[in-house]
Design a protein around this ligand. Sequence first.
Ligand SMILES: *Cc1c(COP(=O)(O)O)cnc(C)c1O
Ligand SMILES: [Zn+2]
Length: 410
Amino acid sequence: MRSFLTHLECTACGAIYPADRLITVCPACGKVLYARYDLEGASREMTPEALSKRPWDLWRYAELLPVRDHRHALKLGEGGTPLLPAPSLARDFGFDRLLIKEESQNPTGSFKARGLGVAVSRAKELGATAVAIPSAGNAASAMAAYAAKGGLAAYVFMPADTPEVMKAECRAFGARVVLVDGLINDAGKLVREGAAAYGWFDISTLKEPYRAEGKKTMGLELAEQLGWRVPDAIIYPTGGGTGIVGMWKAFAELEAMGLLDGRRPKFVVVQAEHCAPIVRALAEGQRHAELWADAATIAPGMRVPVAIGDYLMLDAVRQSGGTALTVTDAEMMEGVDLAATREGLFLSPEAGAAVVAARTLRARGFLRQEDEVVVFSTGTGLKHTDLIAAEYPVVDPRAPDPLSGILAAD
Ligand SMILES: *Cc1c(COP(=O)(O)O)cnc(C)c1O
Ligand SMILES: [Zn+2]
């Protein structure tokens, strides 16, 4: 297995750059760079037959990943997540078939491990010794884990009100944690300054070319799990948008390799009621999304008021015939409750948002009963237990009849 990476290409101005040195955004125009591959060559080696003999992690797609020397791949068990049928939710919502791509089984409990696993591996391969990230939480803990594995110094900048678990994870992995009185974009400014002053490599969302390559493996894996075809719709809780952008790129590459036809799933962007820059830009027919003022939601991964990859997300939604919608914080928690009680899955609020979005779009008639829909469970509910309010009975085991009244209370 070897990488067929050839060069980098700017998604906005088309400029071409060599792939084998550390680089962030396009030096000419400041927009997003994409990794490009010899897809013809890759198609000869990454065949369904060859894949059938490889281990179930994301490195099985080595031909379409940037890491050149496999010994540089930092492995914590990323990728290879299950695609679970959710028959109870399907019945409740009115679908024949509803699937959940359960990304919370990744290292550090979210799909962020895919992007950061590949990006930190590649940064190390290209000589980085210190990496830095602005993050709403999950990206920071994923980066910190891979930096620890690879022996790189890690600096994370996160909003002060990020869930405590995510701060603790970063500390546990040995990262230097800095809390920011602001949101992820404010944290991003500090990372840029630190990168300039101290030489940290900045791994902000879509501000270097390789996180998207890791995220892309969600699309590769989904197509393979469905027997080399795509579903009718993908519902994705959206922040910085690497998931949307990465999967769109994955399907295009698989088509060029002859592994998929030209059909694309409808891409559905789900955002929070009080942080919905992409939903607004789509509704207004804009190519770029303006900064959302006073962004607020209980879902940290969706509290992203501005995204450098806005135009790439909007292209994917438009070209796929998809849509974008908002859900309220209360609806997200309803989604968490439904997935937990009906399917036995404890999801993060972001994933809860995607679950209720499926119901909303079915009710509106945007999705049909016969549509095969994949909901992305991007992160685990285990980091958000503070959002689940509960009171429990306390019993004295030495009392004469400690369990009397328990069943009655139900
Ligand atoms: C980061 C994150 C998101 C948003 O993902 P993007 O690909 O950056 O849009 C959604 N859910 C969770 C749990 C996240 O951590
Ligand atoms: Zn450019």
